[in-house]
Design a protein around this ligand. Structure first.
Ligand SMILES: Nc1ncnc2c1ncn2[C@@H]1O[C@H](COP(=O)(O)OP(=O)(O)O)[C@@H](O)[C@H]1O
Ligand SMILES: [Mg+2]
Length: 579
């Protein structure tokens, strides 16, 4: 049984407290199917989120089977199924894969047989069996809502909350979905609550709650609605609501509630008795199964591998992304080598003595010019590599979290740990970073022969600049409000790398010191410049006036950038972000 007592949710608006839900009091018996109806914007979703525990009440209490949820702990993630207004499945997966994915993330199954049994049962229950191999992106609206419900049924929740799962559907599909939810409420004494602004199919519900500007103005049997509101057709209820103030409606409902609740309770008792007779003792037994399931959210490794392999699968199926990644991977290094197809060449040494003749002077001048050109070439080639790697990094990570934030938020609510999610992102992006950086470094080195003393530190610095920018962009992605915002910020960040690196034009000293700490590209480039063979190092010194930090400092700063990026990403994923 679910009970709400004077449940209130206020927000601060222009310095004043505004109640979005005002003193909601109601009770919903076990095995009950309830509708929350009301005009758009009256607070239905807000009330549902309060019940789910996504919104935290400002006042009042919420009880589940007599347990005060605010003081004695919330329901376990597995005990609640919450179907939000938006789709929670990935377009690039099939129906079956979507369900399998939530099972892996949310249910500890014992062995493959139990796993498949559960997937099959849920698909059958929701009538999706025949569509199991269909891609989510080609599903109809009604099929999508079925899938959303299926994905919430994997834990056998005792409380199933659905937000507008019927809106935007044709009347037939709407009827089917309501019937499906009705059937689901008849199992395991489950409470099913559906939010809808539609007033169709109300007779399928055990009770209807009418919400008006955040206040409960009716909660009783659907057939008593027209009597209570003195209307001929239920469609007249909304216009009728506008005729009195919400306070007025609420006060008069509080006066009538006891009478209506007597009728509601006796109907519920009769239904419960009927169900118990129909199903024998079988049903009460599965109540116990729910309780053991509820405690069993899979551990780190199971969730991690489910998230990681799902990410890889979605990546492999996203033709556009895949093409872009491959084009960048092969195209960017090819761009770099265009500037030194025959290799960088050798520096030449000046003679020890001063030039005596005009010819000797000319020769010395040519040597100086040759070395200067080489210095510029090496510096430019390395900076070009670095900048292209930062561009790859922003392409890797900018949208990574922001674009699927709503799904992640939902999965977090269902028991996916933020750290596990982040770890799966690190594994996936780490793979991209290693492939991109190693290919860039090895390919360019083989053709251009960048004259560093050792190749490995050069490779490491290129890898680190990619890792640093990927981590920072992941941080941005995790903190940003939308994927577009994250993309834009990341592109700006990359855009500033070249001018502020000091590799092209030296910055005024103060500006240089103020910006340098944030410019990953500088530390990668400077580290590599400092690891050049000495004659090249001298040549580079002649072409750039920018201070070159010692290589170990560059390593340390880049590692710090990685750490900061990951920290930001962690802060972002911990944050609750439903809107
Ligand atoms: N967290 C919030 N902060 C500010 N306003 C909110 C918040 N949540 C909801 N609202 C506002 O409260 C009202 C009720 O919203 P909602 O519950 O989504 O309505 P419904 O689902 O009935 O259409 C709307 O005007 C909405 O803009
Ligand atoms: Mg809503």
């Amino acid at each position: 049984m679910l009970e709400l007592k004077d449940l209130t949710f206020t927000i601060a608006k222009d310095g004043e407290d505004v109640a979005l839900i005002d003193k909601a009091t109601l009770s919903v018996p076990a095995g009950h199917f309830m509708a929350i109806v009301g005009p758009s914007g009256c607070g239905k979703s807000t009330l549902l989120k309060l019940i789910a525990g996504i919104n935290v009440e400002s006042d009042g209490n919420l009880y589940w089977n007599g347990r005060d949820l605010s003081t004695e702990g919330d329901l376990e993630p597995a005990e609640i199924g919450y179907v939000p207004q938006f789709s929670i499945a990935y377009d690039q997966l099939t129906v079956e894969e979507s369900v399998e994915s939530v099972v892996r993330l949310r249910v500890k199954t014992r062995g493959r047989a139990e796993f498949h049994e559960l997937v099959d049962r849920v698909l059958e229950q929701t009538g999706l069996d025949a569509l199991r191999h269909r891609m989510v992106k080609v599903l109809s609206g009604g099929q999508r809502r079925r899938l959303s419900l299926a994905m919430e049924l994997v834990t056998d929740p005792v409380l199933l909350l659905a937000d507008e799962v019927t809106s935007g559907l044709d009347p037939k599909s709407e009827h089917e979905i309501v019937k499906l939810m009705h059937a689901l409420s008849r199992k395991h004494n489950r409470v099913v609550i559906n939010v809808t602004h539609s007033l169709a199919n109300l007779d399928l519900y055990d009770s209807v709650l009418v919400l008006h500007e955040g206040r409960v103005v009716y909660h009783g049997q659907p057939r008593a609605l027209d009597h209570y509101f003195s209307v001929e057709e239920v469609e007249e209820i909304y216009p009728r609501l506008a005729k009195r103030t919400p306070e007025d409606w609420q006060t008069s409902w509080e006066k009538h509630r006891p009478d209506y609740y007597i009728a509601l309770r006796s109907a519920a008792d009769a239904a419960a008795k009927e169900r118990a007779e129909e199903s024998g003792e079988g049903e009460s037994g599965s109540g116990g199964a729910d309780a053991t399931r509820a405690a069993a959210t899979p551990g780190f490794l199971k969730q991690f591998s489910a998230l990681f392999f799902r990410r890889c699968r979605i990546f492999a199926r996203d033709g556009g992304q895949l093409f872009l990644q491959i084009a960048i991977l092969l195209g960017f290094p090819a761009l770099v080598i265009l500037f030194a197809l025959d290799g960088v060449g050798e520096t030449r040494s000046l003679s020890d003595r001063l030039p005596q003749t005009l010819a000797e002077y000319q020769q010395e001048k040519e040597i100086v010019e040759h070395n200067l050109n080489l210095g510029g070439l090496v510096s430019g080639l390395v900076m070009f590599q670095v900048i292209l790697l930062t561009l790859m990094a922003s392409n890797n990570a900018a949208r990574e979290i922001a674009s699927e934030r709503h799904i992640f938020e939902k999965e977090k609510f269902g028991g996916v740990r933020p750290l596990t999610y982040l770890a799966s992102k690190l594994a996936f992006l780490g793979m991209l970073v290693v492939i991109q950086s190693v290919w860039m470094a090895v390919f360019v080195q083989n053709i251009c022969h960048i004259p560093t003393v050792q190749f490995l530190p050069q490779l490491a610095l290129l890898l680190l600049v990619n890792a640093a920018m990927t981590a920072v962009c992941l941080g941005i992605s995790s903190l940003a409000k939308t994927a577009d915002q994250a993309s834009l910020l990341s592109i700006y960040l990359v855009g500033f790398q070249l001018p502020l690196s000091g590799a092209v034009l030296a910055l005024p000293p103060i500006a240089g010191w103020a910006t340098r700490p944030f410019i990953s590209a500088y530390w990668s480039w400077a580290g590599i410049m400092n690891s050049l063979e000495s004659s090249f190092r001298t040549a580079v010194d002649r072409v750039t006036e920018t201070w070159l930090a010692p290589a170990w400092v560059c390593f340390a700063v880049l590692l710090a950038h990685v750490a900061i990026g990951l920290f930001l990403a962690y802060v972002g994923v911990k944050k609750s972000r439903w809107d």
